[in-house]
Write a protein that binds this ligand. Structure first.
Ligand code: NAD
Ligand code: TYD
Length: 341
């Protein structure tokens, strides 16, 4: 038994790897990651010496890298690797197309060649575009992405479905709402806000701050991903929602309350270009078919997340200064070179 995870050094991928190793300590898990600015091997320090865990540095858009790392007859590819930040995709979309679209096709080709048994593609609620109040994006609703990031994720979804239809690949797709929790890179709203609030710095609120997102704790999401991987129907798409839909301003006010900080830190800034007003998924399928529901209430999850960032100020410091990028060479370089020889 072996699973091949891409992007396992990122925020959600690393939570998935940590959960998987705890649950299946004797199954080989290969983490294939390019270690871009978003890949932080410190996120995997709890498992880095585990005998079932292996790290391979490589690029999903490079067929040779993938071919060399992917074993024959692997049980599953769990494909997280992506450029994931909307603001960066607005500044420059090329890397999003390369990694998110081309990289997914490279993995699909390799999955066929090496007879991988199941392909799980980690997509996002953002492929549905902005949803009017009172409506919900369903698994069979048409895709209508509006940011370059969301467009690249939607394009990859089409390629996954095409591979399933044309070649009979056993592929499943998940679309999750906004994740939060420990180890999230401090460019995303919640960790950025926590870092700024702790330093007494302004928290940037894009536009009027009334954009609505549905927040889910990353550990609830990864529990859902494992269920889909193990029990999801071939070819199916599953929405995963947090059940905590609220405008950004309300979320930030809750965070200020938890952190006992003044409202004056909230600072309205120029809105994101093309900013989607609301994402909302109907996730009744996963609840009805697989019996999953989120377990972590938003306030409880935010409190534990704030506590995690407070007790990991060194992680935040290294993530913001860029020092984390030397971790591979310092700790892993030699160790993995030796293990692979
Ligand atoms: P992240 O940015 O924290 O991590 C991405 C990881 O992918 C990093 O480890 C990075 O090094 C790796 N990577 C990037 N380009 C690569 C390449 N060319 N080859 C190999 N590895 C590469 O992202 P995240 O927030 O953990 O998101 C993981 C997945 O979940 C993404 O596919 C994202 O679209 C999806 N998703 C995220 C959210 C969210 O709220 N964060 C919500 C829904 C879906
Ligand atoms: P983000 O964490 O970037 O996730 P996404 O854009 O994928 O939903 O942003 C969450 C929401 O917060 C989104 O509506 C944009 C907004 N936002 C701010 O208001 N200020 C910020 O500094 C950031 C990073 C995001």
């Amino acid at each position: 038994m072996a699973i091949f995870v891409t992007g396992g050094a990122g925020f959600i991928g690393s939570e998935f790897v940590r959960q998987w190793v705890r649950r299946y300590p004797s199954q080989l898990i290969i983490n294939f990651d390019k270690l871009t600015y978003a890949g932080n091997l410190e996120n995997l320090s709890p498992v880095e010496n585990h005998p079932a865990y292996r790290m391979v540095r490589g690029d999903v858009a490079e067929p040779e890298d993938v071919r060399a790392a992917l074993p024959e007859d692997c049980d599953a590819i769990v494909h997280f690797a992506a450029e994931s930040h909307v603001d960066r995709s607005i500044l420059s979309a090329a890397e999003f197309v390369r990694t998110n679209v081309l990289g997914t096709q490279v993995l699909l080709d390799a999955a066929r060649e090496k007879r991988v048994r199941r392909f799980l593609y980690i997509s996002t609620d953002e492929v549905g575009g902005s949803i009017p109040p009172g409506q919900y994006f369903r698994e069979d609703s048409p895709l209508a992405p509006s940011s370059p990031y969301a467009a690249s994720k939607a394009a990859a979804e089409h390629l996954v479905r095409a591979a399933a239809h044309t070649f009979g690949l056993d592929a499943v797709i998940t679309r999750t709402s906004n994740n939060y929790g420990p180890y999230q890179f401090p460019e995303k709203l919640i960790p950025l806000a926590i870092a700024n609030i702790r330093r007494g710095k302004p928290v940037p609120v894009y536009g009027d701050g009334l954009q609505v997102r549905d927040w889910i704790h990353v550990s609830d999401n990864c529990r859902a991903l494992m269920l889909v991987l193990e029990h999801g129907k071939p070819g199916a798409t599953y929405h995963i929602g947090g059940g905590h839909e609220l405008p950004n301003l309300e979320l930030l006010r809750l965070l200020l309350k938890i952190m006992d900080a003044p409202g004056s830190l909230l600072t309205h800034v120029k809105d994101r270009l093309g900013h989607d007003r609301r994402y909302a998924v109907d996730w009744s399928r996963i609840r009805n078919e697989l019996g999953w529901t989120p377990e972590i209430a938003l306030e409880e999850g935010l409190r534990s997340t704030v506590a995690w960032y407070d007790s990991h100020s060194d992680w935040v410091e290294r993530a913001t200064s860029g020092e984390y990028r030397t971790y591979y060479e310092r700790v892993y370089g030699m160790q993995y070179a030796q293990r692979q020889n």
